[in-house]
Design a binder for this molecule. Structure first.
Ligand SMILES: O=P(O)(O)OC[C@H]1O[C@H](O[C@H]2O[C@H](CO)[C@@H](O)[C@H](O)[C@H]2O)[C@H](O)[C@@H](O)[C@@H]1O
Length: 379
């Protein structure tokens, strides 16, 4: 680092520190109405210099070979599963993070202002966003209230669910034929259909399947992985059609290394498959350049918004795989990404919501705002 950079860095951290102190003291006093605080914090976020910190980082397949690769995976599996109480520097990271990524509920008016009367398109991840995370992936149900909210949202805005799950499973949870669905991390995209054909799993409404040639390979690897992971208690392999999930939520931490080794040994035989990581899950998918970000772009094009400036996509997700979509929006300078998380994480999203309950509240605010603004346009 040059002397000049060091000077800038130390000045930045002093400025940050002072701004934080001021923000906290204002927030603890009664000088401003409480409702003005979130906005002030958001504006401060624009002034602060974000420190390079040790937030949880997204993992790619792990460079290196053999042991190095497996060790990288295990480190990442541990890093994304914090079990101890935070120390003071982690608490400070959390405070910075909150300022840089304010609550989308508190900043609702600012978000609407940013949308500038453009067409809002809503993209939603499923697990951890619309349904709470549970131990058994087959029981990750969405609440009735959330289903009603989604129905309402889709009446007012084009709406898509973008998930790592396979389409059939996703549809069996959501059961709304009027939505767009992008399953298998965006590798299986379907438009709105009549409900019966979607329930039958028919191909009606299929818009894109960019990894169809991988289907036999994925099925083969699924069978091998089910066999190989049998010896690890709690491990579960889920077939998501164009990708696979190896779950370790119910695996004792002492066995994570064994599980990672088994998966690594299998993947060594399939260089056309790669590994990414989600919430207590190792995701195996084709090496094609396709992800939730590309799915978002494809859906916007299908909706007639290719190269359009008149669209404001809102993408809400909780997972590392959602970062690809946040990144697309950030690079385009279009719309916003909202990360669902209570804890500080490195992210390309601009705003946060704490959990699926807050996601539901945010979506209902959008519906209310749309109803009110349509009424006032009619007057
Ligand atoms: O893209 P998403 O809709 O977020 O799907 C990502 C993975 O979600 C599911 O696993 C996660 O949720 C489970 C149920 O709450 C939980 O048990 C698991 O630990 C989480 O990783 C799903 O089962 C996976 O197939 C998806 O890839």
């Amino acid at each position: 680092m040059t002397n000049q950079n060091m000077l800038v860095k130390s000045r930045d951290s002093r400025v940050n520190h002072r701004l934080m102190e001021l923000a906290m003291s204002i927030s603890n006093s009664n000088v401003l109405p409480r409702t003005a605080m979130p906005e002030l914090m958001g504006l401060l976020g624009g002034l602060l210099v974000q420190p390079k910190n040790k937030l949880i980082k997204p993992l790619e397949d792990g460079s290196g070979k053999g042991t190095t690769k497996v060790n990288t995976w295990i480190d990442s599996m541990r890093a994304s599963s914090p079990t101890r109480v935070k120390n003071s520097s982690e608490n400070r990271d959390q405070s910075y993070w909150t300022i840089f990524h304010p609550s989308a509920l508190n900043m609702f008016n600012q978000i609407i202002y940013k949308s500038n009367e453009k067409q809002i398109v809503v993209f939603l991840d499923y697990d951890g966003t619309l349904s709470p995370i549970v131990a058994d992936p087959n029981r990750a149900y969405m609440s009735k209230k959330m289903r009603a909210t989604l129905k309402n949202i889709s009446r007012h805005f084009p709406t898509a669910i973008v998930s790592g799950r396979c389409l059939d499973k996703l549809f069996s949870f959501v059961r709304l034929a009027e939505l767009y669905y992008a399953g298998s991390h965006g590798m299986d995209i379907k438009g709105p259909t009549n409900r019966r054909s979607t329930e039958r799993g028919s191909n009606d409404g299929v818009l894109l399947q960019p990894a169809s040639e991988f289907l036999p390979m994925i099925n083969e690897v699924y069978k091998i992985l089910v066999e190989k992971t049998k010896s690890v208690p709690g491990a579960m392999v889920e077939n998501n059609k164009f990708c696979l999930s190896v779950h370790f939520r119910c695996v004792d931490e002492k066995s994570w290394a064994t599980l990672a080794e088994q998966v690594s040994l299998v993947l060594n035989e399939y260089p056309k498959l790669k590994l990414t990581q989600g919430r207590k899950v190792l995701e195996i998918r084709p090496t094609i350049k396709w992800d939730k970000g590309r799915a978002l772009e494809f859906l916007l094009e299908s909706l007639g918004f290719a190269n359009s400036n008149n669209v404001f996509p809102i993408y809400i997700g909780d997972d590392r795989t959602d970062e690809d979509a946040f990144k697309v929006l950030r690079n385009k300078g279009q719309g916003i990404g909202i990360l669902v998380s209570k804890i500080a994480k490195e992210t390309n999203a601009s705003y946060t919501l704490q959990d699926p309950t807050e996601v539901g509240q945010f979506l209902r605010h959008l519906v209310d705002w749309k109803r009110t603004s349509s009424r006032s346009h009619k007057l």
